[in-house]
Design a protein around this ligand. Structure first.
Ligand code: PEP
Ligand code: MG
Length: 756
């Protein structure tokens, strides 16, 4: 049976075929005539009695668009739902289907109008664009024959060229207008806020699609050489990354290993080379192999498998970049670019011009991921976990990134664009208003001086500190450097960063918090045991005390970086006074080390504690005399006080910080600090929200450190506040028997004319 009456197409033959298809598609006749021509050519060259093209309508049906061999009358009449019949099956799975005896297949759906009774063997391949099936290409034969593997491969290459041509400019006009070549309806996707902000612009796909006019190679031999060189260069690049000679942050060890494995995988290279030999350009060959992987990815249930396929796809992207001859040079992007990607590694964002990059949309990722941290530092609105995103957008589509609500609007309707524009204007107005007061001292109406500082973690943040008029960095999260790095930053890199941060801060104070890792902040390059309850586990100072070398290296880097200037160090997640005592001893040891080496000691050294664990509330009398300052981490304190995971979205609105237990806890800390003369600040997210900040000041705190986006609004609130009146009213509210005081606090703020 196998191969009866058929000679498998030679590579040379196919090259000619692709050219013929291109010529037919490019001639000036109607879209229908061109498709009719294409099916005829394919049927002839594949020695098939039938060749048909089905295209996907916006109604989600697959419509027979052109056929050679089936009844002509069925064209535009035969329609199949996705997953109906064999054609639907191919479309749904996004994979080829080859059958010797098609009618006996359980999915076979008989359509009398097509006249397909006599045909037994069936080979269908999806027309894929960017992982989306836009149609199906089918060949059929009377004989019960088995299609060769090479034939399946050949038809897939033809399908790819066809898909791009159908979708590209080569076919235009009205005839194909409601074909679902590419998503075009307005759509709203719900995801998660990774970086606050609101913006609109046009989609720039991080994984660049190959343009239809660059599909076929003019000189296939030269193209094969180019592909071979590309693969060699790619392998060399990966080996170099492996040896750690690659200065930029990049993929993790595991991913690199997978890259290396795939890059040397014979199957992968063979597929790429075959595609090139058949006449495709090297870029089109990568796209062709990648399309197939994407389709497989969309069907893979197993997470391990999905991840490996993701890595393979990333490898394809790298190869495209190598072929384009650029590695990390900035990509040319329009003024209002919105970057769309599955996820971004630390080095990826460096490829883009920061000034032009206005927003980021990610299909996956997490708020603690590299991309999200960098996006926040660069103040680029970013929404992540938008499921199915990449298959739903096209290059240059208009989009809105709503980093307030965690939504993305794809191809938004005019009214949404208008409403967003209005919201953006309001934000701009507020920013202009904040700009005017940014250098004014934060003094309340009744003359109390408040200190408003900013939380930071990366070098970019220091520029922002000056822009928003913060009076210093009240919390520098040192773990960010570790999280955006491909390997453990050693002494030199740490020293360099801390030194630059202090230089950039000038005479403004910076409080460096030692590593707060563990919990949801995991380093891919560090071996850590999986824990049942990571938030309650081996994290932050616990890790630092058990691995003193790591903590000491960090303290040493800070001392060297200070070069005789004032140095402020703070320890996170202290749950017992003994932990603070031990940590402080390590600082003393490092000071002695510096002294022995003749290094300059900090002119002033202040060592502080973060109050995040409720246990400390009942030991403040012992703790406060040992510390030089304290800072209340309300993010964690709330989490531990209410026993509610801060990373669990179901918990996020469940308990209110504006509640008697939380306010009483804060008040106890503030009073104890005041009584013992210990400077205290609040550095959780609530310090950046005007209503919550109003309460903090009313409780007696006069130092706040907050995310930069909160500074303007909190400053405005401070300038409008009579804090002594507010204090008295808050004391009364704290005796309430309500679980939340939010509406009471809001009413009070309104009554006192506080600007919120
Ligand atoms: C906190 O817990 O409030 C805090 C500021 O630290 P982080 O958010 O980094 O845990
Ligand atoms: Mg914390």
């Amino acid at each position: 049976m196998s191969g009866q009456g058929h000679a498998a197409m030679t590579v040379r033959g196919q090259r000619g075929l692709l050219r013929q298809i291109r010529e037919v598609m490019a001639d000036g006749s109607s879209a229908q005539a061109r498709l009719d021509g294409v099916v005829q050519i394919i049927a002839n060259s594949m020695v098939a009695e039938v060749c048909s093209i089905y295209l996907r309508r916006t109604s989600e049906e697959l419509e027979l668009f052109a056929t050679e061999g089936l009844n002509r009358a069925a064209v535009h009449n035969t329609r199949l739902r996705l997953s109906e019949g064999l054609v639907g099956e191919v479309a749904r799975a996004g994979q080829p289907l080859s059958l010797t005896d098609a009618p006996s297949h359980p999915s076979f759906a008989y359509r009398p109008e097509t006249g397909e009774d006599p045909y037994n063997s069936f080979l269908g391949v999806p027309l894929l664009r960017g992982g989306r099936t836009i149609g199906v290409l089918v060949v059929q034969n009377r004989a019960m024959r088995q299609y060769h593997e090479e034939e399946v491969e050949d038809l897939q290459i033809i399908a790819m060229v066809l898909a791009e041509m159908v979708a590209g400019d080569l076919i235009g006009g009205d005839e194909l207008k409601d074909i679902e070549l590419a998503p075009h309806r307005p759509e709203r996707l719900k995801g998660a806020v990774f970086a606050d902000g609101l913006t609109q612009g046009v989609v720039i796909l991080h994984e660049v699609p190959v343009t239809p006019d660059h599909l076929l190679a003019d000189d296939p031999q030269a193209e094969e050489k180019r592909m071979l060189k590309g693969i060699d260069d790619l392998r060399a690049q990966i080996d170099e990354m492996f040896e750690g000679q690659h200065g930029l942050a990049g993929p993790t060890f595991d991913v690199l290993e997978t890259y290396r494995m795939f890059a040397h995988d014979r199957g992968w290279t063979r597929n790429l080379l075959e595609a090139v030999r058949s006449g495709l350009t090297a870029e089109a060959a990568v796209e062709r192999v990648r399309n197939e992987q994407r389709a497989r990815l969309n069907n893979a249930r197993d997470t391990y498998m999905r991840e490996r396929l993701h890595d393979l796809e990333d490898l394809g992207n790298r190869l495209l970049r190598v072929l384009a001859g650029k590695n990390t040079t900035a990509r040319d992007i329009p003024e209002n670019a919105i970057l769309v990607a599955r996820d971004l590694g630390p080095a990826d964002l460096l490829e883009y011009d920061r000034k032009r990059l206005k927003g980021i949309l990610l299909e996956e990722g997490s708020a603690a991921s590299h991309a999200a941290i960098v996006a926040r530092a660069l103040q680029i609105p970013c929404v992540g976990r938008l499921s199915g995103l990449r298959d739903k957008v096209n290059q240059n589509d208009p989009v809105i990134v709503d980093g307030e609500t965690g939504e993305a609007y794809l191809r938004p309707r005019a009214d949404i664009i208008e409403a967003t524009g209005a919201r953006m204007d309001v934000r701009a107005l507020r920013r202009a208003e904040f700009d005017k007061i940014k250098d004014a001292p934060a003094i309340t109406r009744d003359g109390h001086r408040m200190t408003l500082m900013m939380n930071a973690g990366l070098e970019f943040d220091l520029d922002i500190m000056h822009e928003v008029g913060a009076e210093g960095i009240g919390l520098f999260r040192t773990e960010f450097q570790f999280m955006v790095s491909e390997d453990l930053p050693r002494l030199n890199r740490q020293t360099e960063l801390y030194g630059r941060v202090m230089d950039m801060a000038g005479d403004k104070p910076v409080t460096f918090r030692t590593l707060d890792l563990g919990g949801d902040k995991i380093l891919p390059y560090m071996e850590m045991d999986r824990e049942e309850n990571p938030a309650l586990g081996w994290r932050a100072i616990r890790m630092g005390l058990d691995r003193p070398a790591l903590l000491r290296m960090q303290v040493r880097a800070l001392i060297i970086a200070a070069r005789g200037r004032e140095l402020r160090i703070m320890f996170p997640m202290v749950a017992s006074v003994d932990e603070f005592r031990q940590a402080r001893e390590l600082v003393d040891i490092e000071c002695q080390w510096a002294k022995r080496r003749g290094r300059a000691l900090p002119s002033i050294l202040r060592v502080g504690v973060m109050i995040e664990c409720p246990s400390l509330l009942w030991h403040l009398d012992a703790l406060l005399p040992m510390v030089d300052f304290a800072s209340v981490g309300t993010n964690d304190l709330t989490q531990y006080l209410f026993a509610a995971d801060r990373t669990n979205p179901r918990m996020s609105d469940r308990y209110d910080v504006l509640s008697p237990p939380m306010l009483r806890a804060l008040s106890v800390i503030q009073k104890a600090a005041e009584d013992s003369g210990t400077p205290v600040s609040v550095c959780g997210e609530i310090a950046g929200r005007p209503l919550e900040a109003f309460v903090l000041l009313a409780l007696g705190f006069n130092r706040l450190s907050m995310p930069p986006a909160g500074l303007g609004q909190v400053k405005r609130m401070v300038l409008s506040l009579d804090v002594e009146t507010a204090s008295k009213a808050i004391q009364r509210l704290m005796t309430s028997s309500y679980g939340s005081l939010r509406s009471e606090v809001l009413a009070l703020a309104r009554k006192l004319n506080v600007a919120l």
